[in-house]
Design a binder for this molecule. Structure first.
Ligand SMILES: [Cu+2]
Length: 170
């Protein structure tokens, strides 16, 4: 949604940390077993996938050459406990970050990274361009309108939810 130049120093610092982690990820990506084993382990440790209802999932289409975009989705929690999301990931971008939309003292709209987003018990969390959202940073290729991108959300206990989000023009 926003040019990279709009990122706060804090986000840049977080990105730098993320970039530091890339060599380790790239190494394990070289061997599909390395990717599969931790997934199986965490699935065994978790009791069930995240029980959230997903509606209005979409990825914002951006022109070729633009490397960042946003994921919007409405998440409804039928359960009696809040679901605290702590990370997102997708195969189509180097990073996925949980973000808040904020206004500065001059009234200018920007965004900042947040360590978590909460879907309240018996409630709904709307991710959109005016509020919290997920940023995909460092797209590995241009996304075609209509194609479906898989985005995985993870909560603080390691439970995951796979979201299928079609690419849509804003
Ligand atoms: Cu944004």
């Amino acid at each position: 949604m926003f040019p990279i130049s709009a990122l706060s120093a804090r986000v840049r610092a977080l990105l730098a940390l993320g970039l530091l982690a890339v060599p380790a990820l790239a190494q394990s990506a070289g061997n599909s077993m390395d990717l599969t084993m931790p997934t199986l382990k965490s699935a065994a440790a978790s009791t069930a996938p995240l029980a959230l209802k997903v509606t209005a999932a979409r990825v914002v289409a951006v022109p070729p050459g633009i490397e960042d975009t946003s994921v919007f989705v409405t998440l409804t929690n039928p359960g009696s406990r809040p679901v605290v999301l702590t990370s997102a990931q997708t195969a189509v971008s180097a990073h996925a970050m949980l973000m808040l939309t904020v206004k500065d003292a001059q009234g200018l709209t920007g965004m900042k990274a947040t360590p978590s987003l909460t879907v309240p018990a018996h409630g709904t969390l709307v991710l959109d361009d005016a509020g919290p959202h997920i940023m995909l940073m460092g797209l590995k290729r241009s996304l075609k309108p209509g194609e479906v991108v898989t985005v995985i959300l993870r909560d603080r206990a390691g439970h995951t939810l796979s979201i299928r989000a079609p690419v849509r023009k804003p």
